[in-house]
Structure formats: structure tokens, C-alpha cells
Design a protein around this ligand. Structure first.
Ligand SMILES: Cc1cc2nc3c(=O)[nH]c(=O)nc-3n(C[C@H](O)[C@H](O)[C@H](O)COP(=O)(O)OP(=O)(O)OC[C@H]3O[C@@H](n4cnc5c(N)ncnc54)[C@H](O)[C@@H]3O)c2cc1C
Length: 486
């Protein structure tokens, strides 16, 4: 999301822009709408493994394609709330302020929404921050069961709202009658980093995309300038040089590349004077909640159109924030079967009736929550924080659901090994002593190096991160065009 959006914005100002991508293009196949293959057999997952601190290998569930993780994302394109840019006290500690305000950042949110053609509606959510423009498209319509759920939740005093989505629903359903969350996008149904960002960038003759290129390290001279990027293509190691290097490999991989670029001049890795590279790893605290009525079926196909933020800024024992509740894509029997061990007829019974929710709370930055490199392998030590907020939100939500007419409510925490909202590992800020990047995502110590992906985030907020990453990319690209490319 970061790299593709940067490339699209910089394309018309560069003589030559080369994108190095480790993955390949996602291509259409019978597997693309096959829930059993995707969720049960991990058809689109890579086979990379990372380690836990005690040496247990796990597959991190990252997607390495042109377009990155956004190829399989749920396309919920949220703005952080204005309060997320300020310091907030949570049950588990402090969420720090950004070095810039929401008001300063807002124009790029608008540009990112316009670019990713977000469908939505302003006015239903009391936490909605100021928008300088309108959404490009009307919201994706709720299906019948979701309309009913919205009315039941509203009767509970909640404020159900339309999810802001980067989805062209007609184009998506033309490819098959499934949801889009965690399904791969091979066309234009999802507005993702390839179908929008890379497509726009490649519309310019100046841009070249090189696939199957695994970046290993950045080479720097003693002044701190990045002189080359070293990457592996097939069996060959190659180098490429440019006036400017933008690193956008995702929060964990960007930090890994900086640490692996250690040299005599920079023994702790690049951009790491603060010793913060790889630290402050965050991912959201999340639960799936399924609400069921034995005599009411949910025939929804895509489902993921509704959210509410009534507990986003309050609800804790001392009125601390709890988080966001939004719909998951429809959980079908093959999806549920890949997650829980029950007889298949019972799985089918549940999946035909359930409405499936995603309950998300903020994870707070902590320098001890970190990724490191040992023997060329990534070690992820996620020290999850603020879990109590998520548990409390789940319990309050379950009460609402029961009162709203769903007698059966089930919940399950999402697996710790899936860092799909990873962020924070190369954070931006004013002080070179505590932040690797300045407020333009430029490394304090390397004037021609920018890191533009989820790693810059100083907090994780409690909404999905992709729109904020895209907005920051557009902001950084504008800065580069104005100050460095003129
Ligand atoms: C199933 C799923 C659902 C999600 N749903 C949502 C949602 O609804 N809304 C939302 O806002 N967010 C969602 N997310 C999260 C969102 O996709 C990410 O936050 C976003 O894509 C992160 O963007 P990024 O630029 O940091 O990195 P990435 O998307 O991870 O992109 C990094 C790119 O760098 C490439 N790369 C990595 N290492 C190297 C290397 N060494 N050399 C060369 N190339 C490399 C990767 O292949 C990839 O193309 C979801 C994620 C997943 C997995």
C-alpha cells in the first residue's frame, strides 16, 4: 500500500522509477474463489517461516504478490479518528500522540480516498472526523440480514454505520458469489495496491516493475547516503543505484532489511541511531464473534458492510477507549471448518445462520515488543498489550447481541501468528534519539532513504491501517516532489 501509492504519485516527476518486488502477479485461477483451498489449505500463502523467541517456527501469513497484503485484504478503508493523533490513556497504557495533527494530515486522507475510490457515507458514526470532501461512491449496500442487524443494533442505542470500502461490488460479484475479505483479487473488484497504485504507476513510461526481486540489503557510504540496493533475482545477486531509495516492504520486512544492512559505519543497522528499528511492533487485538439464532438463516454472500464505533473512545472502567466492531466477510462452512474442530453437519448449521463480526482494539507501542534477526532469520516477539480492552469490548458486544435477539453468541481470539495489521517498527517523529524517521518518513541519518509502509505508524489505533498508509505515502510523495525533485 505504501510503495505502490508512492510510485503512483511520484511517477510523473521521475525520470526513472524502478519497483523491486519479491513476489509475482496474482493470476486468475479456479482457486481464487475456492474457500476450502484459500482458508483450509493456505493456497495463496507463501511458505516462509519466522521464529518465536523460543525458536518455534510459524508461517506469518503475509502475502507476497505485486500489491502485497492488499491483494487479499478486506478493503475496509478507514481514517484514524482525530483523537488517534493525540495522546490517549487506554486500560493498558498510553497511546502516544502523532508528531502532526489530524487537521494537518486530513488533505491526504481525502486524496487517498479519492485515489482508492472509496465507497462510504459520512454522518452515521459519532466518531467520524472532519472530511474536506465526499466519498467517491455510495456505500456498498447491506444485504437483507445485515439491514436487519443494523436495525436491531440501533434499537440497542448503538450507531451502526456503512463500512468505508474500496470495493466495486458489481465487478467483484461478476467473478464469483463470495465475500472479498481474505480472498485474492485478480481483477478490479477490489481497489488494492496493484489494481489502483501499481496500475496508475505503470501508466507512465518512466516506471519499471521488476518482479521476483528479493531485496537483501541497502549499501551505504560513510556519509550515510544509500549508494545501492542489493537484491536476489533467481540465483543471481544484483545491485541497482538511484538518487533516492524508498523502502516499502511492510513493517517487519522493512525493519529486517534495515537491520541486515549493518556495516562498519552503521553496526546496528541503518536508520538505527535510536535503537528503535524493529521495536514497537504492534498488531491489533482481535476476536471473531459469531451471533446466531436457531430459526433465522443468514443468506448473505459478502456481508462485510457494517461497523460501529460506540466504544471507540470510551467504555472502559475509567472511560478508556475499547475499540471498533465491524463485520467480517461471510464465514461459510469451509472457512469455519478450517478454524474449529466440529462435525461438518454442525459446522454447516452454524455457518448457515451466523452473522460474523470482527472486534478490534488498539495494541500499544512497547520497545520490548519487537522483531530481530538471528542467523538471517526473522524472530518476532510480539508482546501484546491492552488485551483487557478487547476482552471487555467482546463481553459488552455479546450482551448487546443477546439483547438484540441472538440467543447464541460464540467468540474466538484471532491467532497470534497472523500479523495482518503489523506496524510501528520504524516509527516517525521529531526526535532522532527516539524515532528512526522524521515526519516525512525520511531516515534522520540517511537523507536519500525514505521508509513508507505500515512501519512508520507511532500507534495502531483501532481501525484498519491501509488508508492511513496510503495517505502518508501521498503526503511523503508530495514533500519529495516539492522539496527534492524540483
Ligand atoms: C487477510 C488480510 C485482510 C486485511 N484487511 C484489511 C482491511 O480490510 N483494511 C485495511 O486497512 N487493512 C487490511 N489488511 C492490512 C493491510 O493489507 C496492510 O496493512 C497493508 O497492505 C500494509 O501495507 P504495507 O505497504 O505496509 O505493506 P505490504 O502490503 O505488506 O506490502 C509490502 C510489499 O513488499 C514486498 N516485499 C516484502 N519484502 C520484500 C523484499 N525483501 N524485497 C522485495 N519486496 C518485498 C511484498 O511482497 C509486498 O508487495 C489486511 C491484511 C490481510 C493479510
Amino acid at each position: 500500500m505504501g510503495g505502490a501509492t508512492m510510485a503512483a504519485s511520484l511517477a510523473d516527476s521521475c525520470r526513472r522509477l524502478v519497483i523491486l518486488e519479491r513476489g509475482h502477479h496474482l493470476v486468475e485461477s479456479d482457486l481464487c474463489r475456492n474457500a476450502k483451498a484459500i482458508f483450509g489449505q493456505g493456497a495463496f500463502q507463501n511458505d516462509e517461516t519466522w521464529d518465536t523467541p523460543i525458536g518455534k517456527e510459524f508461517n506469518p501469513g503475509n502475502y507476497y504478490f505485486v500489491g502485497g497484503n492488499s491483494k487479499l485484504y478486506g478493503a475496509a478503508l478507514f481514517r484514524f479518528r482525530a483523537e488517534d493523533f493525540e495522546e490517549i490513556k487506554h486500560i493498558g497504557g498510553i497511546s502516544p500522540a502523532w508528531p502532526i495533527t489530524y487537521q494537518e494530515f486530513e488533505p491526504w486522507y481525502q486524496m487517498a480516498e479519492d485515489m482508492y475510490e472509496v465507497c462510504g457515507h459520512i454522518g452515521d458514526d459519532p466518531t467520524e472526523p472532519f472530511h474536506s470532501g465526499k466519498y467517491s461512491n455510495l456505500p456498498v449496500p447491506h444485504e437483507t440480514s445485515i439491514l436487519d442487524a443494523a436495525s436491531r443494533l440501533a434499537k440497542q442505542g448503538l450507531s451502526p454505520a456503512h463500512l468505508p470500502l474500496g470495493v466495486d461490488i458489481k465487478a467483484w460479484l461478476a467473478g464469483g458469489e463470495t465475500g472479498w475479505d481474505a480472498y485474492p483479487n485478480t481483477g478490479t473488484g477490489k481497489k488494492d495496491a496493484e489494481s489502483i497504485g501499481i496500475a496508475k504507476a505503470l501508466g507512465h513510461d518512466s516506471v519499471r516493475l521488476e518482479i521476483g526481486c528479493m531485496v537483501k540489503r541497502l549499501i551505504s557510504d560513510e556519509s550515510g547516503r544509500i549508494t545501492a540496493v542489493e537484491y536476489q533475482k533467481g540465483n543471481r545477486m544484483e545491485r541497482i543505484s538511484g538518487k533516492m531509495v524508498i523502502l516499502s516492504a511492510g513493517a517487519v520486512n522493512s525493519a529486517a532489511i534495515l537491520l541486515q544492512s549493518a556495516s562498519n559505519h552503521y553496526p546496528d543497522g541503518l536508520a538505527n541511531r535510536s535503537d528503535q528499528v524493529g521495536r514497537n511492533f504492534m498488531n491489533h487485538n482481535t476476536h471473531a464473534v459469531l451471533s446466531l439464532h436457531p430459526f433465522r438463516k443468514n443468506p448473505s454472500i459478502y456481508q462485510k458492510t457494517l461497523y460501529f464505533n460506540d466504544y471507540y473512545l470510551s467504555g472502559g472502567p475509567n472511560n478508556e477507549p475499547l475499540g471498533n466492531v465491524q463485520l467480517l466477510g461471510k464465514i461459510t462452512a469451509p472457512i469455519l471448518d478450517s478454524q474449529i474442530n466440529l462435525p461438518y453437519p454442525m459446522i454447516e448449521w452454524i455457518a448457515q445462520r451466523s452473522i460474523d463480526w470482527y472486534v478490534m482494539s488498539e495494541d500499544l507501542p512497547n520497545p520490548e515488543s519487537r522483531m530481530t534477526i538471528r542467523n538471517d532469520r526473522i524472530i518476532l516477539d510480539w508482546q501484546r498489550s491492552n488485551w483487557q480492552a478487547n476482552s471487555l469490548l467482546v463481553s459488552k458486544f455479546k450482551n448487546h447481541l443477546r439483547k438484540a435477539g441472538w440467543p447464541i453468541v460464540l467468540s474466538k481470539a484471532f491467532d497470534r501468528t497472523v500479523p495482518s495489521h503489523q506496524c510501528g517498527t520504524v516509527r516517525f517523529g521529531n526526535s532522532p534519539e527516539s524515532c528512526p524517521l522524521n515526519i516525512w518518513c525520511q531516515a534522520h541519518d540517511h537523507s536519500n532513504l525514505f521508509v513508507v509502509d505500515a512501519s512508520f505508524l507511532p500507534n495502531s489505533a483501532a481501525v484498519n491501517p491501509a488508508l492511513t498508509i496510503a495517505a502518508q505515502a501521498l503526503r511523503v510523495a508530495d514533500h519529495i516532489k516539492e522539496k527534492l525533485l524540483k
